[in-house]
Write a protein that binds this ligand. Sequence first.
Ligand code: 8YV
Length: 327
Amino acid sequence: MGANGSPERIELLVYGPRKPTIDNGFDDGFVLHHCEQHADLERLAPAVAGKIRGMAVTGLVPCGSAVQALFPKLEIISTFGVGYDHVDTGHARQHKVVVTNTPDVLTEEVADVALGLLIATLRDFVRADRHVRSGLWATQNFPLSAGSLRDRKVGMVGMGRIGQAIARRLDASRVPVVYHSRRPAAGVSYRHYPDLIEMAKEADTLVIITPGGPSTDKLVNADVLAALGPRGVVVNLARGSVVDEPALIHALKSGVILAAGLDVFANEPHVPEELRALQNVVLLPHIGSASVVTRDAMDQLVVDNITAWFAGKPPLTPVPETPVEGR
Ligand code: 8YV
């Protein structure tokens, strides 16, 4: 209770880019503080930090143990996005802080973009567009594309919710699918390869949609790319960290593989000049989930998790590393 007998308002930190759905999503039982960037946290007065009970993490800002330690009263970190490799869930669990993410609401959107990026990469859509815009078509036909979806076998790296949505789209396109993940996915009939190199030898296309973080760091390395071979195509919608980026650039330059479609990079938003100069790549600025409708649903889920928590209910989408008991 406050000094006048009214209930204390709940102090939240909105950490990351400003989002209207989040800024306007809480009723007046909450007080919002904002830090758009990691560096701004230093300017937060200790008296304010000491009162923060919930954090809405609105983008891929670092939320490791040092950040979490600034907030001794923290109960919940509600992060935007299905991937949460920017949040130290081990530290959160140790300090009984629940972490939530925003799965499901982006699944079909990201799967749509995966298939679009795969086809754009194989069939050279970006260069074809430039061919028309430049006026060249009047004098020159656009060359036949070296790649096609027709003669491909896709090896999915990851077969979670989004992986399965991508595989369904590939089924509809009559493209054979196999997959690699640490354990076979429940209820999935595609052939599972425990060994990524074995799968890369059998497939000619990798679609990467596995969580980031230490367990998948540089999983797709020079050996995997060599196993994929000269018809090889890599599409990455997961995290840049999953691919050894210098090895990928080398493979694309030297013909070890044919092409790549990338929505994510090792050091976003910085993309190496060497990669930007290549013709056999399609590069997207991490837009897998970035439509108005889907981002709004993700923002809303960030709000709903916090609202549920402070209403004494279970959070809607806690991550498995921080299970919630007793609600
Ligand atoms: C967002 C994502 O682009 O859900 C994820 O894991 O990578 C994306 O949907 C990301 O959170 C950037 O804000």
